[in-house]
Ligand binder design. Sequence first.
Ligand code: C2E
Ligand code: MG
Ligand code: MG
Ligand code: MG
Length: 281
Amino acid sequence: ELGSRKRIRSVIADTKWLDLRERRIELLSELDKAMEERSIGIGYQPKVDLLSGRVVGAEALIRWEHPELGYIEPTEAVAVAEEHDRIDELTAYVVDRALEDAGAAIALDPMFKLAVNVSAQTLGSVMVLYHVARLRSRHRFPGKNLIIEVTESTPLDDIAVREIIRGLQKDDITFSIDDFGTGHSTLAYLGQVPSAELKIDRRFIMNLATSEDSLAVVKGTIEMAHTLGKVVVAEGIEDDLTAERLRRLGCDIGQGFLFSPAVAMDELLLMLEEEYSVACA
Ligand code: C2E
Ligand code: MG
Ligand code: MG
Ligand code: MG
């Protein structure tokens, strides 16, 4: 009896695994098609200066609405691309579209910074230098207006990866360590990594208003990052109290639903125009 129950459970597990595999294989062909048709959208989530409240930049995020499968989470699209060797292509697709869109934002604010996410796998290949240079020249996009966000799990102390980062930094591109606090980095690692921005992960920000522990961790992280000369970004700010606490702790930039979710570039441009007219009034 016990054995058969076990068997049933493992059959259910197998079925789930098969479903997932089937879905991933279907998604792979849909991904190829969507990149070709350019039907994967890009949303832009504003990054806000916490003191002035001004939009200083935006993060490009995949927004893929499939006609039959519905909304596909960016993390799933990225996982499929990584598993099947399409991640460089997907990165190039996003960077191409984002650089094209963000030209108008730079026209409104020459200091505007566009952030794109680059996965560890892509950053491990020198081809990324070639692709970024090619796309920047296609769109005449200045390096100083570009931020590359890499997750903390990227082996940034790897010599090859560091060479690549140095190559990109030579073109004035800024590096940002994304989801900070979720990986296994040591303080020594953080000091060695050539990055100019650090993004504290949402899970610490989420609990900031209620948890003394999170408060201590965030406070320490901000102090340490500032000592190392890095700009600090808090992601996932959803309420005023959290924003106020971060402001008091000296956090530089905020991102979160309190300010805005990812929006179409047209909408972002309206936000920038509004600020521009307020500043000129
Ligand atoms: P991420 O780079 O850490 O991006 C921030 C994520 O937090 C986004 O989720 C954003 O919508 C969400 N977020 C922002 N503010 C709030 C908030 O106040 N509350 C909550 N609950 N969530 C908030 P999204 O768009 O689902 O993207 C998830 C992840 O997928 C990203 O995390 C990034 O790692 C990855 N991703 C997205 N686009 C790309 C891409 O073009 N390339 C690569 N390699 N990865 C991407
Ligand atoms: Mg990011
Ligand atoms: Mg993040
Ligand atoms: Mg995150």
